[in-house]
Ligand binder design. Structure first.
Ligand SMILES: [Zn+2]
Length: 281
């Protein structure tokens, strides 16, 4: 009886089958992919690597494990290799290699002309901006060993998209860094909600980002919320999904009240809407 059951499960889930389950190949820059390993017996330990970064898998049902992979906004088009390794209680260790094809995506270009004194930063401001940038970049490659997030991610405010992810910006003829998040319409004082469970890892008032909060969702997945008028949390706080972490505003370099919402996954800048799609029901 038991033998038959195991046989049945084994045919349904061939041991060690890896599958890209969302979205389909090729993958666009800024996308979030879901990789599944099927048919691993109970007590298996599974780990992967992608672009030199470790990839964490979590169990989604009896035999299946899932990982989220971030394709950076500027990752060059090409074929990339992923390595997945599993130690199973019964069998010998298994290793699989998977190829992911990445293609460039044209997210559009915005050309702006502004008075030169608004574009060029003086030496002191430049120093401040660099220092502030380092506070953010120090975070992205840290990986909390714990996964705080659970289930689907949510939009932090209901407002519609005003500036899309990935938009290339050319300011007075000079290319600037592309838009690495989304801008969502939000009135001053409107509650901004944490997109999932997490821990607050950064709170500050920054030259470009204004009052800002970064939430660590664990295993290298972070969300950030910029231009707030008020921050309701402190570094180290644990927050639940939908917790009000602050109020929307227009602090920092913002043309008007809105929420800039960004996501980092394994260091990669990914489209927050891609995270919603990848974790949605
Ligand atoms: Zn923005």
């Amino acid at each position: 009886m038991i033998t038959a059951l195991i046989f049945c499960l084994a045919t349904q889930h061939p041991a060690g089958a890896t599958e890209l389950i969302h979205p389909t190949q090729p993958l666009a820059q800024g996308e979030v992919a879901r990789i599944m390993v099927k048919g691993l017996p109970d007590g298996s330990k599974i780990k992967g690597t992608w672009q030199g970064e470790s990839l964490e898998f979590f169990k989604i049902d009896e035999l299946d494990y899932l990982a989220l992979v971030g394709i950076d906004l500027r990752l060059a088009a090409g074929i990339y290799h992923m390595k997945i390794h599993a130690d199973t209680p019964e069998d010998r260790p298994q290793t699989w290699r998977r190829s992911l094809e990445v293609i460039t995506k044209d997210y559009g270009t915005q050309r702006l002309t502004l008075p030169e004194n608004m574009v060029t930063l003086d030496a002191d401001t430049l120093k401040r901006v660099k220092k502030e940038g380092a506070r953010f970049s120090n975070i992205w490659y840290k990986r909390s060993p714990r996964r705080y997030w659970h289930g689907s991610f949510i939009r932090p405010v209901p407002g519609k998209l005003t500036t899309p992810f990935g938009l290339r910006r050319i300011l007075n003829g000079e290319p600037r860094s592309p838009h690495s998040g989304v801008d969502l319409r939000a009135a001053v004082g409107e509650p901004v909600r944490s997109a999932n469970h997490g821990r607050i890892v950064l709170v500050g008032d920054f030259y470009f980002h204004g009052k800002a909060v970064v939430v660590d969702h664990g295993w290298g997945l972070y969300t950030m919320y910029f231009h707030l008028s008020q921050v309701n949390v402190s570094e180290g706080d644990l927050v639940g999904k939908r917790a009000t972490i602050g109020l929307a505003g227009s602090t920092g370099r913002a043309t008007g009240p809105h929420l800039h919402w960004g996501v980092r996954l394994g260091g990669a800048r990914v489209d927050p809407f891609a995270l919603l799609r990848a974790t949605g029901e």
